[in-house]
Design a protein around this ligand. Structure first.
Ligand SMILES: [Zn+2]
Length: 504
């Protein structure tokens, strides 16, 4: 916290007289970088420093750059708050060091301090690269954090090469394209030694084909570049941006066997952003997976189940929380983990009775991490997923049921489940989109989260712990899934194929 000479002096004086004597003379109470986190900055980025010190002093940082004392009205009424900004210049070097600030009082006494956090200036001449690791790497839009983590831009396959141009705390800034950045958590990447080139590639000619299970689009690249994807509606389409890629796609061969894919084409939306636009034939998209085979970008499109009915359908049921993760607790002492499991087991029974094949993320009172659930679901490859939770809030008057989706294309499932839940007599809390919940993250199959009711509300809790009500919820959710399938059948296939398909 304090520079060495001050600490030594303090210790010395403290030993001889009294520690308080030395420290009471300090002019600086606190010095910090803003944000208060270890940072990597590149030329053009701002190094911001804030100091709390005795008012009316002269203050500098980083070797003489001025810190200005704020008017107390700009500093929540506090006096002695000094701030300074330095724009990192090309050629500046700094190797993960704290920032030193210096304050001089009107009587010329001086004090120095260093920030707790360190700053490193990156050298653009030596690009800092990293590769994604593990099976659930992802990018965030920004530095936001909440209960669910920062808003996610999307998931990435492993060994995707990223160009890092900054860092704040445990997030690295990724330069996706000249005008586009994202943030990646430290724990999902491995830094590469210096000497690599910033990843870029020309795109090869695509291969578009189908086999007995899926439709595929494959685009040869020279490197595993980052990408983002969006499954959009009206018209139903999958849009994939590949960053650092420039078109040299001179033909797109569309072979036999395609069922889900309609017209496919590309746009070069920026010199370093290559966009695939993959139109889907069915009004209801059924999911997809993007990854790499070597350096070839491989997109696998899932087709809607052949027979859109419960019989023969693989339905995943997720009972939220479990084991040491109890979830929310009600006034009666009821635990979310027990209610979700009870409803999930009843739902399994209802679905099974109608001929569905049900897979569960947990069947007993055990702890299962959400990441492990997503990975297990990847293996189980369900046709759709219903995740069951119980809501809770600090306001005991808030009540009602709600359902959640993340991707627009999967909204219809959550709407059908919401309508079904309302039929139990619960009040409506709403249908919520862009929801950053782990089990709404998979793109491989339609999925929805059901927050059955509020355990923090006495009336809702009473119903949640009632086995008859749990049974009612299970029956209604089953009807909700059936209704989703019925609507999907009705919406059918777009374009010239639609009439034919409807007749069948
Ligand atoms: Zn929960």
């Amino acid at each position: 916290m304090y520079p060495c000479r001050w600490r030594q002096l303090g210790l010395l004086i403290g030993f001889l007289f009294c520690g308080a004597t030395a420290y009471s003379q300090r002019l600086i109470q606190r010095a910090e970088t803003v944000p208060a986190a270890d940072q990597w900055l590149q030329p053009g980025d701002r190094l911001q420093v804030r100091v709390q010190a005795q008012p009316g002093c002269q203050a500098t940082f980083f070797g003489g750059k001025p810190l200005l004392e704020l008017d107390p009205r700009q500093a929540k009424g506090q006096r002695g708050v000094y701030q300074g900004t330095y724009v990192v210049q090309p050629g500046d070097t700094l190797l993960s060091r704290p920032i030193t600030v210096e304050v001089m009082a009107p009587d010329s006494t001086r004090d120095t301090a260093t920030t707790r956090n360190t700053v490193r200036f990156l050298t653009p001449d030596v690009p800092q690269l990293a590769v994604t690791k593990g099976t659930l790497a992802y990018l965030n839009y920004g530095l936001g954090e909440d209960r669910l983590g920062g808003a996610k831009l999307g998931y990435l396959d492993s060994l995707v090469v990223l160009h890092l141009t900054g860092r704040v705390g445990n997030l690295y800034r990724v330069q996706l394209a000249a005008t586009q950045t994202a943030w990646v958590p430290q724990e999902v990447v491995r830094l590469l030694p210096p000497g690599g080139f910033i990843p870029s590639s020309l795109t090869g000619s695509w291969s578009v084909y189908g086999d007995s299970l899926y439709d595929y689009v494959q685009v040869p690249l020279d490197a595993r570049l980052p990408y983002r994807s969006q499954l959009l509606t009206e018209p139903t389409r999958l849009v994939v941006d590949v960053f650092g890629a420039t078109s040299n796609t001179n033909w797109i061969t569309q072979r036999d066997g395609l069922q889900a894919l309609g017209d496919v084409h590309y746009e070069q939306t920026a010199p370093d952003v290559f966009r695939l636009v993959l139109q889907l034939r069915h009004e209801q998209a059924w999911g997809y997976r993007i990854g790499y085979k070597g350096n070839t970008l491989a997109i696998k499109i899932k087709r809607p189940p052949e027979k859109l009915r419960l019989r023969g359908l693989t339905v995943a049921v997720d009972a939220g929380h479990g084991g040491t993760n109890v979830g929310a607790t009600g006034a009666t002492g009821a635990h979310e983990k027990d209610i979700t499991l009870a409803i999930a087991q009843r739902l399994r029974q209802e679905l099974t009775q109608r001929g569905a094949h049900v897979v569960m993320t947990r069947e007993t009172e055990t702890t299962v991490d959400n990441g492990d659930r997503v990975l297990r679901l990847r293996q189980l490859n369900p046709d759709l997923l219903v995740s069951i939770h119980v809501n809770s809030t600090g306001s005991p008057s808030v009540q009602g049921t709600s359902t959640y989706y993340r991707y627009l294309a999967f909204r219809p499932l959550s709407v059908a489940l919401y309508e079904a839940m309302r039929r139990t007599g619960l009040k409506g809390f709403g249908n919520v989109g862009s929801f950053n919940f782990g089990l709404n993250g998979p793109t491989e199959y339609p999925n929805a989260l059901v927050e059955t009711a509020f355990i923090s509300n006495a009336e809702d809790e009473k119903r949640l712990i009632d086995p008859q009500f749990q049974q009612q919820v299970a029956e209604q959710l089953t009807k909700g899934v059936e209704e989703f399938l019925r609507r999907t059948r009705q919406r059918g296939i777009r374009g010239w194929l639609s009439k034919k398909a409807a007749e069948q």
